[in-house]
Design a protein around this ligand. Structure first.
Ligand SMILES: [Zn+2]
Length: 345
């Protein structure tokens, strides 16, 4: 009997799936939203490497990020060449994916701090994504190696620049969260990044808002959500991590690439990733992502906890052993961390 007309697209998708066995994660960013979730990774599949701490590396090169509350995003206006240079240094260290300097951007904040109108604020967010794309295209031309750009968008708390990204429970409506995330996503997408990375999301309601808005408005846009957790079982707002996994398992957004954790101590990533995996169950095609801090802790400045911070080599081992499909570094991690990590993947 001939294949019914309606079943043909499904057969075509299955054929696609068979062909991506060894580079499933890589293909995620190049294929349509159906295929994004169609992961069939075995033990010898390739894992993807993210970059490390953008602001840390900018500061190591002499940038002053202490003015105002835009952090590294201030340099989109003030020193775009330095941003490109840092992106390239992570690509040379082995990163497959780099995050744009837009983590702490919001239109309102940029209008306020730069004294510009809304179209100009939008232009700065777009420029942040373009700088990352420029770094990738220059690097790829030289090296022949493909790399990807994630439009990095921090949580609502990150925009507040008062540490709220480590607490959540903002006390604002989901409508407000949706508006702020949506306008930034719309801006970033005008520059066609490979995906959108929602980072350091501490709040259960915020996660659900992001999942809903991506499904409703951007269902062709690959994205991941990286959480901020206070323990292996709790988001920073105190809610249960399992409820997030259950929500995704029940209603997986079509273009969701991955779920994971960032900006936590490196010891936490393995238990969190294991918890998420078990919460998602065996059937899901969604990848996991983690990018922890260096192991230093913030107490009015970055300090070495208990007098000991893992070396880049020790750190890389912990991150690689997380078992996450996409791994990299967050605050205080440098190109040396990424170089060691790359070798372990
Ligand atoms: Zn961080």
């Amino acid at each position: 009997m001939a294949t019914p007309e309606l079943l043909r697209p499904v057969a075509a998708v299955l054929e696609d799936l068979r062909s991506i066995k060894t580079t499933a994660a890589e293909e995620c960013f190049r294929r349509n939203s159906l295929t994004l979730r169609s992961r069939d990774m075995g033990s010898d599949d390739k894992r993807l490497c993210l970059d490390g701490g953008l602001s840390t590396t900018l500061e190591n090169l002499g940038a002053d990020l202490s003015q105002g509350s835009l952090w590294s995003a201030r340099l989109i206006r003030d020193n775009p060449d330095l941003i490109v240079r840092v992106h390239q240094s992570f690509l040379e260290a082995g990163a497959d994916i780099i995050g744009s300097a837009t983590y702490q951007c919001s239109l309102e904040k940029m209008m306020e701090e730069f004294g510009v109108d809304r179209p100009q604020a939008e232009e700065y967010i777009r420029l942040g994504v373009r700088l990352a794309k420029q770094a990738v295209s220059e690097y790829s031309r030289k090296s022949g190696r493909e790399a990807f750009v994630a439009a990095a968008l921090g949580s609502y708390g990150a925009i507040l620049a008062d540490g709220s990204e480590y607490r959540g429970n903002y006390g604002v409506s989901s409508e407000q969260l949706e508006r702020i995330h949506t306008e930034r996503v719309r801006c970033a997408l005008l520059e066609s990044p490979d995906l959108v990375a929602f980072e350091t999301i501490p709040d259960n309601e915020e996660v659900r808002t992001i999942l809903r808005l991506m499904e409703a408005n951007f269902s062709d846009t690959p994205f991941w959500v990286s959480l901020q957790c206070q323990s292996e079982s709790q988001l920073a707002d105190g809610s249960n991590l399992d409820t997030i996994s259950a929500y995704i398992k029940q209603l997986p957004p079509r273009s969701m690439v991955a779920i994971g954790v960032n900006c936590v101590q490196p010891e936490l990533v393995r238990p969190v990733i294991e918890r998420i995996r078990s919460g998602l169950g065996g059937n899901t095609q969604i990848l996991t992502v983690c990018y922890p801090n260096s192991g230093e802790v913030w107490e009015e400045g970055w300090k070495h906890a208990d007098g000991k911070t893992p070396s880049p080599e020790e750190w890389s081992n912990m991150v690689a052993q997380s078992g996450a499909d996409i791994v990299g570094g967050c605050c205080r991690t440098a190109t040396s961390h990424i170089r060691f990590l790359r070798e372990l993947l």
